[in-house]
Every structure is written in structure tokens, then in C-alpha cells.
Design a binder for this molecule. Structure first.
Ligand code: M6R
Length: 609
């Protein structure tokens, strides 16, 4: 979704804004722009399209200034075009606004402002904010913003500058994130921490209803009534290098290859090989509270939902607690039933997904125990749940989630074992065996990644296909869903995933030679059932690829091509079977010339509904 960057300090502002926008690119956008202030004159440059086009325009006709704001726009209200690109201005051109979110009452406000004589230039909801600030401005920009936000309904993260109250940037937040970077005599406003990593590791996260004013002398924080706030300064552990491609062609490929390390990092300090114990004290939820859990509800979207579905199998098998898994976007509008003995787990890489956050807020009214599994430290979802179990995946820049999915299922495996141990549903010997196998997973992942070239060769044979079917049963069904999602996102090939047993209830009608099937067939309790499903497809001349255990000779007779993965505990097969599917989707997408790291229409962090 939209990205905001703002800078005030001694350095030249334009390169910092452009570099910052590049680091926000992964969020998804269709246009970009900057506004910089030079001798009280605001200069704006906007383009429809990529940041490269903005850079080119700035090279051809440079802008200069001592502070400013930049923006990447992901269109919600108004077409993606140069006029609708941010920054937006008021009637006088003295107020400039960049915004992430949606102003729900913008039509009513626009009508009123028009009646009052304001002239609008764009189709966006954002422009009304500039006119409201213009209307309420009486000499202090922060006071005008404080007054303007009282009129707004909806979700917004805004950064505002005014040539009439110079050398300051005012930011306000209700919904989408705003983080303030505290450098040495330089200060930043950003939608996330990635643009800040090159300059500072000291940041302040704004909460809803809070504002920041950054000036050359410092950063100050207020609530919407103007009350001064003392905010906690966080020290980031992520480094700039973690957000670089490091020689890989795409971030997605780099992130796929980082998975063994991500699994190691997410396990680190949480498992004890001597006692077989899991230590998750960091969550901040007492074992007594976990012990009361009689039902688990997992809420998530997209890939996080698929990880949650793997979690359902893990928790039900290990802790023997019933688990419901729900799409956040559906759950929030359902008449759902929850009691206080439920444990609600919200899974979100970004911790800012609007549907997941909104569902969490509704759920909290019923007062169950809430827990989040997040990658972004101190994100909204992490802050608003009773406890948080962080995945240690580092920054994920590719829009398609890969390493964060693996980290999420590690976290879910740990949680499943933790619950099982607290409830006394697993003995020490079984715990130890599972922990030891978890410890072997990174090495087994490396073995799969070593086969990347053969997966690339295989992918090259399917570049021109238009459809794909993915099949799995049991814990491999979510893997099939995730494999199909990756192919759709990255290559734009239509792919559908079904549980193998569902084929005969309809999808089998699709089978013909141009509809290949990717079957996920590890040796587990549904292995024989999957073989039958595979035979049914083969009998209808369907081409079948299978991700299967490397020691499985039988499968070779049944399918056209096998992608071997090391054997593991059946419940842990998603750690291994997902990797070839990520690589397969990546190579097909790259060979089709798709924008793998920033697929069309997608945003990394979906902060609007
Ligand atoms: O940040 P979140 O985990 O809450 O994001 C959820 C989805 O938007 C995300 O997983 C999305 O489906 C990705 N594009 C998947 O690759």
C-alpha cells in the first residue's frame, strides 16, 4: 500500500526521499512523487509509474530543498495517473499532504469545502486533507492538522508541510503505520522502518490518535488535543544489509534462500535439546492462562492464512485442542461465537494488515486471550494482542511472502508443542524427538535449495502454460494452497489448489493435457489416498509433477516428474515441500518477464480494506 517518507536535516533532501521511496517500493504502488521546500517555496514532482520514472524526471529537471516529503501511491480513490499521484496541495499551494489510507467521509467533506469556495484538482480523498489544513491554519501547522483530523472518518497516516510554517513536518496517524526515525541532527517520517535503516536505528512508533512534529532541532509528539507525549524510543535490530539483494537477481530469490537461516533464528533460544522443553516466556502469557485454552481460533490473510492452516494441523495433532482457522476479512463481518476460554492467534508478517487488525479489535471486545505471530516488531497487531511471538525472518522485501511463511510455521510448531507440554499431552521423549527433527530442518532445506537449478530447468517447460492444479491432503493441503498462490502472484498463471479427495467432486472435469497438476505427496497417513487421486488424474491424460520424499521409489512409476525432498516427521513436511513450489513459481515468473518482486496490483502490506 502507499508509502510515506519525510526528511528534515542537514543533508540534501531529494536523494534521501528517492532512496526512501525505493525502499518502500515493495509495498506496492502505481505512482510516486516528492515535495521539497526551498526558501519557503514548495516544489512538487509527480509521475505515473515507477520510481525510475521519477528519478529520470528529477535528473532531467532537478529539484532542491532543505526538507520534504515523498510518497508512493497505491490507488484507492481515483485512477492511477499523474494528477492523482501525491503530494497534494490546498488552493494556495502552501500546504502539501501525503497520505496512506482511506478517508471514508471525503465526499461529504469535499461538498462542504467546495461550498466554502475551495477548488479541487484531483479525484483523490487525500486532497480534502490539504484543504482542511488550509481552512484551519492560523499560524501553527500542528494546530491546523490537529483541527483537521477531527473532521476525518477513516484510516490515515499523513505527513503535512506548509510554507507558511516552515522547517517542520507534521505527521498524524489513525490506522496505517507511521514510524519516526531519530538520527543525529536529522529526523525522518516513514511508513515502515526499511528506509530508516541506512540512517538510524532509533525509532518511535506512533499510536492511533498521535502526532509527530519533526524539525531540525528534534522530534516532538502530541495527541490530537495537543497534549505533549513522552514516547518510548525503540532500538532496531535489523540492519541495512538485511534489506539488500546481496547479489541475487530478485529479493524473492534471496529470501527463498534465506529460509534455512530464518528457521534457525526463529528456533534460537526457544528450544532445549537437553530437556525437550520449549521456552516461550517472551510471549508474556503465563502457562496457567494457556492451560485454560479449550479452543484456538486463528485469524489471518493470504500466505499467513496458509501458515495458519498448517498450524491447525500442528496444534490439533500435538496439543489436541480444536482449531478453527478463519480469513480475517470474513470473520470480522460474521456473527462469530467466542468465549473466554478461546485463544485467538492473529498471524501477520507486517502486523499492519487492515482486515486482520480490524478483526482483532472486534474479537477483543469478547475478551478472549489474544496472541499474535508477527515479523514486524512493534507493529499494530503485535502491540494490540495480549502476547506476541515474533518470527525472526528479518525484512521481507519481495511482495510474495516466502521466508516469513517458513518462520510462521516454525512459530506455530513451537506454540503447538508449548501448548501440548502445558496441557500434558506430549511426553518428554516425543517432545525431544520433535525438537531434534526441527533442528534438522534447516539442513534439509539447504539440500532442497541445492537443487534449484533442476527446478529452474523443470520450470522452463511450463512457462507457456495458462493453468495449473495443485493437490495435497492433510497438512499438504495448505502447502498446495500456498504453492498455487505463489504461482498466481508471481507468474500470473491461473492456479487452483484442492484437497486431493475433493477432485472427484468437480475439479477433475478440468483435467486434460493442458492442465498440469502439481501433487504434494510426502509419506504420511494420506499417502496411499493421494496415490489413488493421482491415478485418477493419470487415467485422464493429465501431466503430473509430484513433490515427494527422496526415498519414495513408488511415486516415480505413477507421475511424470518427481521433485524430491528429504524425509521428515510427517507434520513437518510443509517446511520442506513448500520450498520447491516457491522456486518453481519464482523461475516461471522470472522467465515470463514478470516483475517478480513487485507483482502487478499487489501490495506488501494491505493497510486498507
Ligand atoms: O502482512 P500479512 O502477513 O498480514 O499479509 C497477509 C497477506 O496480505 C500476504 O500474505 C499476501 O497474501 C502475500 N502477497 C502473499 O505472498
Amino acid at each position: 500500500m502507499c508509502g510515506i517518507i519525510g526528511y528534515i536535516g542537514p543533508k540534501s533532501v531529494v536523494p534521501i526521499l528517492v532512496e526512501g521511496l525505493k525502499r518502500l517500493e515493495y509495498r506496492g504502488y502505481d505512482s510516486a512523487g516528492v515535495a521539497v521546500v526551498d526558501e519557503n517555496q514548495i516544489n512538487i514532482r509527480r509521475v505515473h509509474g515507477k520510481i525510475a520514472a521519477l528519478e529520470k524526471s528529477l535528473e532531467e529537471s532537478p529539484l532542491d530543498g532543505i526538507y520534504g516529503v515523498g510518497h508512493t501511491r497505491w490507488a484507492t480513490h481515483g485512477r492511477p495517473c499523474e494528477e492523482n499521484a501525491h503530494p497534494h496541495q490546498d488552493c494556495t499551494g502552501s500546504v502539501v499532504v501525503v497520505h496512506n489510507g482511506i478517508i471514508e467521509n471525503y465526499l461529504a467533506l469535499k461538498k462542504k469545502l467546495k461550498k466554502e469556495g475551495h477548488t479541487f484538482r484531483t479525484e483523490t480523498d487525500t486532497e480534502i486533507i490539504a484543504h482542511l489544513v488550509e481552512k484551519y491554519f492560523k499560524g501553527s501547522l500542528e494546530e491546523a492538522v490537529q483541527r483537521a483530523v477531527q473532521d476525518l472518518d477513516g484510516a490515515y497516516a499523513v505527513a503535512v508541510i506548509s510554507s507558511k510554517d516552515p522547517e517542520k513536518i507534521v505527521a498524524a496517524k489513525v490506522g496505517p503505520p507511521i514510524v519516526v526515525g531519530l538520527g543525529k541532527k536529522e529526523f525522518f517520517i516513514s511508513s515502515d522502518i526499511n528506509p530508516l535503516l541506512s540512517y538510524t536505528q532509533k525509532v518511535v512508533f506512533l499510536e492511533d490518535g498521535e502526532m509527530a512534529v519533526i524539525e531540525p532541532t528534534g522530534a516532538n509528539f502530541f495527541d490530537f488535543k495537543g497534549k505533549v507525549l513522552e514516547k518510548k524510543v525503540h532500538h532496531l535490530s535489523w540492519s541495512r544489509l538485511m534489506a539488500e539483494k546481496s547479489g541475487f537477481k530478485h529479493f524473492m530469490l534471496k529470501e527463498i534462500f534465506e529460509q534455512p537461516q530464518v528457521v534457525r533464528d526463529t528456533l534460537k533460544g526457544r528450544v532445549f535439546l537437553d530437556s525437550g522443553k520449549i521456552c516461550l516466556d517472551e510471549i508474556g502469557v503465563s502457562p496457567e492462562l494457556f492451560k485454560k485454552t479449550e479452543r484456538v481460533v486463528i485469524i489471518a490473510c493470504g500466505t499467513s492464512y496458509h501458515a495458519g492452516l498448517v498450524g491447525k494441523y500442528l496444534i490439533e495433532a500435538m496439543a489436541q485442542i480444536p482449531v478453527d482457522i478463519e480469513f480475517a476479512s470474513e470473520y470480522r463481518y460474521r456473527d462469530f461465537i467466542l468465549d473466554k476460554k478461546a485463544l485467538v492467534i492473529v498471524i501477520s508478517q507486517s502486523g499492519e494488515t487492515a482486515d486482520s487488525l480490524a478483526a482483532l479489535r472486534i474479537i477483543k471486545e469478547m475478551k478472549p486471550l489474544t496472541l499474535s505471530i508477527c515479523n514486524a516488531v512493534n507493529s499494530s497487531i503485535a502491540r494490540e494482542t495480549d502476547g506476541v511471538l515474533y518470527t525472526h525472518a528479518g525484512p521481507e522485501i519481495g511482495v510474495a511472502a516466502t521466508k516469513t511463511y517458513s518462520a510462521q510455521i516454525v512459530a506455530l510448531a513451537l506454540l503447538a508443542m508449548h501448548l501440548a507440554q502445558i496441557k500434558g499431552r506430549i511426553d518428554e521423549k516425543a517432545s525431544l524427538a520433535l525438537i531434534e527433527e526441527l533442528g534438522r530442518i534447516p539442513h534439509k532445506m539447504e539440500k532442497i535449495l541445492n537443487q534449484a537449478k533442476s527446478i529452474e530447468d523443470l520450470a522452463s517447460k511450463f512457462v507457456s502454460f495458462s493453468h495449473f492444479l495443485y493437490l495435497g491432503r492433510g497438512v499438504s493441503f495448505p502447502v498446495a494452497l500456498e504453492g498455487a498462490l505463489k504461482l498466481k502472484e508471481i507468474s500470473y498463471i491461473h492456479a487452483e489448489a484442492y484437497p486431493g479427495g475433493e477432485m472427484k467432486h468437480g475439479p477433475i472435469a478440468l483435467i486434460e493435457e493442458n492442465m498440469p497438476t502439481m501433487a504434494i505427496v510426502p509419506r504420511d497417513r494420506v499417502y496411499a489416498k493421494m496415490l489413488s487421486n493421482i491415478s485418477e488424474i493419470k487415467a485422464r491424460i493429465g501431466y503430473i509433477l509430484a513433490v515427494a520424499s527422496e526415498d519414495d521409489k513408488e511415486i516415480e512409476e505413477r507421475v511424470d516428474k518427481v521433485i524430491p525432498v528429504p524425509s521428515t516427521e510427517p507434520l513437518f513436511t510443509p517446511f520442506l515441500t513448500t520450498l520447491p513450489l516457491q522456486l518453481f513459481a519464482y523461475y516461471i515468473g522470472a522467465m515470463r518477464g514478470a516483475d517478480v518482486d513487485q507483482p502487478r496490483n499487489l501490495a506488501k502490506s494491505v493497510t486498507v480494506e
